[in-house]
Ligand binder design. Structure first.
Ligand SMILES: Cc1cc2nc3c(=O)[nH]c(=O)nc-3n(C[C@H](O)[C@H](O)[C@H](O)COP(=O)(O)OP(=O)(O)OC[C@H]3O[C@@H](n4cnc5c(N)ncnc54)[C@H](O)[C@@H]3O)c2cc1C
Length: 375
C-alpha cells in the first residue's frame, strides 16, 4: 500500500529496501509518519538474496527479545530472525525472507523495481528521479547499502578478478587452485567454503587480520569465523599469506598471474577472487553532503547532511568521529535518531520512540563501537 498526500509529495522517501531501509521505515511508522514510501531497485532484501548461497551471518541470532535484549540481527522491535527463521546464523536468503516478513507485517509502503537514478533539491524538498517518473519528497533517507557497489579497483589488472559479491555459490566454481585477495570476513568465508569443496586456496592480505588482538568486531574477525578456521579442511587446504600487497594481475594463455609488491608470482587457471570490500552506494548522493577526510559523508548528530537539510543517511556508511556502524546491530541504533529528527521537523511528537532507548536502539551518545571496519 502506498500512502501519498493530496499534493503527491511524500513527507519522506527512503531509498533502498534492505536491512537499513526496512528498519528505518518501521521506525518512521512508530514515529507516526504515514505519508512515505520506500523505493527499492529490485525486491526487499535483494542484496541478502544475492549473497553466495553458502554464506551465513557471522553474528548469531538468538531468541533474547523476551528478556529485553533485542536479537542482535533484528531490525525492528518485537521481531527476531532467530525466532521466525529458526536458525542461529541465517544465510542471505534466510535473512531476505525475514526482511520481507517484517515489511509485510508492518505494512511498509515499498515500491519495488524502482531504481533511483538521481536526487536533487527542488523547492523546499527533493526531486527523486527514477527510471520511471520523478518522485517528490520533503525528506530523503539514503539507505542504498554497499553490497551492490563492490570495490573492484585497487591494483593493475583487478578487472580480471572476480568480486565475491558476484558469486552465486562457491560450490559451482570450477578449478582446483584459488587465489583470494583480502583476508577479512568475506575472504576467509570464501576460503572456508572452497576448502570444503576440496579446493586449494592461497589467501592474501596486506595485513595479518587473523591475528588481531582487538575485541571490536569491526576490527577483528568474528568468533564464528575464527572457529571455522580451525576446522580440518581449512587447515589443510588454505595457505594464509599475510603482510603481502598485490601489485598486479595479468592473463596470458588462460593463466592468471598474480604478482606481489615484493616480486613473488603465483599462477592459477581461475580468475582470482577479490574480497576487498565495497565502494558503497553513498557515492551517488555525495554532492548533497560535505565529505570527511576519509571520504565518507559528514553528518550532523541526527545523521542529516550538514549542507542540505532534509537529506539523511542510514546504514553501514554512517560514520561519527571514529565510530563505524557497519553491522546491523550498530546501524539499527540510528534508526530512531533519524525518525525522531524527521518527525520533529513534521511537527509530530514521536513519543513512541522513547521505547527504543529501553531496547538499546536509540543511541545518541555515539559511544558504541570501534574505529575501523573489517566487514
Ligand atoms: C557477505 C556479507 C556478510 C555479512 N555478515 C553480516 C553479519 O553477520 N552481521 C551483520 O550485522 N552484518 C553483516 N554484513 C553487513 C550487512 O549485511 C550490511 O551492512 C547490510 O546489508 C547493510 O544493509 P543495507 O540495507 O544498508 O544494504 P543492502 O542490504 O544492500 O540494501 C540496500 C538496498 O537498496 C537497494 N538499492 C541500492 N541502490 C538503489 C537505488 N539507486 N535505487 C533504489 N534502490 C537501491 C538495493 O537493491 C538493496 O535492496 C555482511 C555483509 C556481507 C556482504
Amino acid at each position: 500500500m502506498i500512502r501519498t498526500s493530496s499534493e503527491n509529495v511524500y513527507d519522506v522517501v527512503v531509498v533502498g529496501g534492505g536491512a537499513a531501509g526496512v528498519g528505518v521505515a518501521v521506525t518512521l511508522i512508530h514515529a507516526g509518519i504515514e505519508n512515505f514510501a520506500v523505493l527499492e531497485r529490485h525486491t526487499v532484501g535483494a542484496s541478502f538474496a544475492s549473497w553466495p548461497a553458502e554464506t551465513r551471518f557471522i553474528t548469531p541470532s538468538y531468541t533474547t527479545n523476551s528478556i529485553g535484549m533485542l536479537d542482535i540481527n533484528s531490525i525492528a522491535m518485537g521481531t527476531s530472525p532467530a525466532y521466525s527463521l529458526e536458525v542461529e546464523h541465517p544465510t542471505g536468503q534466510d535473512y531476505a525472507r525475514y526482511l520481507r516478513g517484517v515489511a509485510h507485517f508492518f505494512e511498509v509502503p515499498v515500491r519495488q523495481n524502482t531504481d533511483v537514478l538521481q536526487i536533487a533539491q527542488a523547492g523546499e524538498g527533493f526531486r527523486i528521479d527514477t527510471a520511471d517518473e520523478p518522485v517528490h519528497a520533503k525528506h530523503v533517507i539514503w539507505a542504498g547499502g554497499e553490497f551492490q557497489y563492490p570495490r573492484i579497483s585497487g591494483f593493475a589488472g583487478s578487472h580480471l578478478c572476480r568480486h565475491t559479491a558476484t558469486i552465486p555459490s562457491y560450490d559451482e566454481l570450477d578449478g582446483e587452485d584459488f587465489i583470494i585477495v583480502g583476508g577479512y570476513e568475506s575472504g576467509v568465508d570464501a576460503a572456508y567454503h572452497l576448502a570444503y569443496g576440496d579446493k586449494r586456496v592461497k589467501l592474501f592480505d596486506t595485513n595479518c587480520p587473523w591475528e588481531s588482538e582487538s575485541s571490536d568486531p569491526s576490527v577483528a574477525l568474528s568468533p564464528f569465523t575464527l572457529e571455522r578456521m580451525h576446522e580440518r579442511p581449512f587447515v589443510e587446504q588454505v595457505e594464509l599469506i599475510p603482510n603481502t600487497t598485490i601489485e598486479c594481475v595479468t592473463l596470458a594463455d588462460a593463466t592468471y598471474e598474480v604478482t606481489t609488491q615484493d616480486g613473488q608470482r603465483y599462477q592459477t587457471s581461475v580468475p582470482p577472487l577479490l574480497a576487498g570490500g565495497f565502494e558503497g552506494s553513498h557515492k551517488l548522493v555525495a554532492d548533497l553532503f560535505e565529505q570527511r577526510e576519509d571520504g565518507s559523508l559528514l553528518l550532523s548528530e541526527d545523521d542529516e547532511s550538514t549542507i542540505v537539510p532534509g537529506m539523511f543517511l542510514c546504514g553501514p556508511a554512517v560514520r561519527h568521529n571514529n565510530h563505524v556502524f557497519c553491522f546491523i546491530f550498530k546501524f539499527r541504533q540510528r534508526f530512531a535518531v533519524v525518525a525522531k529528527a524527521i518527525a520533529t521537523s513534521l511537527g509530530l511528537p514521536a513519543e513512541e520512540l522513547e521505547e527504543y532507548r529501553k531496547w538499546g536502539m536509540y543511541l545518541d551518545d555515539l559511544s558504541c563501537c570501534g574505529q575501523q571496519c573489517a566487514c
